[in-house]
Design a protein around this ligand. Sequence first.
Ligand code: AMP
Ligand code: GLY
Length: 429
Amino acid sequence: MKVMVIGGGGREHAVIRKLRENPEITELYALPGNGGMAEDATCVPIGAKDIPGITAFAKEKRIDYAVVTPDDPLVLGCVDALEAAGVPCFGPRAKAAIIEGSKVFAKNLMKKYGIPTAAYETFDRLEDALRYLETAPVPTVIKADGLALGKGVIIAQTREEAVTAVTEMMQGRKFGASGERVVIEEYLEGPEVSVLSFTDGKTLVPMVSSMDHKRALDGDRGLNTGGMGTIAPNPYYTPEIAERCMREIFLPTIAAMNAEGRTFQGCLYFGLMLTKNGPKVIEYNCRFGDPETQVVLPLLESDLFTVMRAVTEGRLAETEVRFSDRHACCVILASEGYPGSYEKGFPISIPAEVRNSVYVAGAKLIPSESESGAADTLVTSGGRVLGCVATADSLENAIRDAYAVADRVSFSNAYCRRDIGRRALEAGA
Ligand code: AMP
Ligand code: GLY
């Protein structure tokens, strides 16, 4: 079978590696992929948002199945377009992807169906938002309505910060149209847990839980990033909490989406905060998390392609989805300076013996100029360059092994946090 994966980051590399375990897949394409995954898939230079280009490629190659991974193409209707062209897909249609595409939609859905989340108000006029802030408690949380590369959330410690954030979003258009509407919500406290799930709209199967590390620096200091590392499972997510989340959050969410005529099929990601008043939804994502996927999929023992097709065909209830009881850790090697400005173009060295433990995100291949058949050079091309992943029988060993991989990989301005998983270990994994 010919399969294509839309996207080009470390998450997509993890999906591709897992798909390759299925011998039925004879051709595997990544659109656009990146130079670091060229040994695992044929990379095709078609951008993840180029929906006409993606659809034309699928028709030309007679693609049998597509996995649409990033938020933008999902929200823009990539699955709808591919399905119309006769290509079955893993991923929600645009109608359902709105659960991530609009925070106002997500918040209103939770309010309407009684799904626990932070209390909130939504605003589409700056004056109204500013008036509300005059009496709102601080800290307070300001969120741009639409997609903002994970940067559209501001935790304002003071009223002045809140006023600046709202003004920048709504008047300064810091996030373009995404900030035309904002959500202002209650500040919650507690450990955060990411739970990815497979759902065909009828059955929902949670994957192993994970913990992201969003801040750039050790000790959870510095700027928010796309994620500097992950561990799985998340020790805060006990079986009792999992059961409560299933009852109060997961099943009510798929039922709510069905009731709205927006059946969700694909990977539904629950960003949860375990508050003293119970688990609450911080955010929904309509896709696999990055870098959560890099620790969750290595623990999946069932065949990913089989599970994905069962989701597409509404057969998830009768399909086994089994995870190992091992632990996983992913340490991101980033370009020094990320998420601010950084230099790129540095050659990356990944020794062959750790190649299978590395998921490449921000790298490209520079073709060799010699005619002697010398290998192409992989160089850095992004902020988060690659993830170093290990699984082991304990969290402690998974962390040790992931750092051992990271220490074997090198490029000039590599930076990583040194404390991925430390908080989880202290929580008593
Ligand atoms: P999001 O992009 O929605 O995942 O938000 C980014 C981060 O902001 C989350 O991972 C949380 O750490 C934090 N955050 C979002 N909403 C809240 C909230 N209501 N209270 C406290 N922290 C929040
Ligand atoms: N790691 C968080 C996300 O994928 O949104």
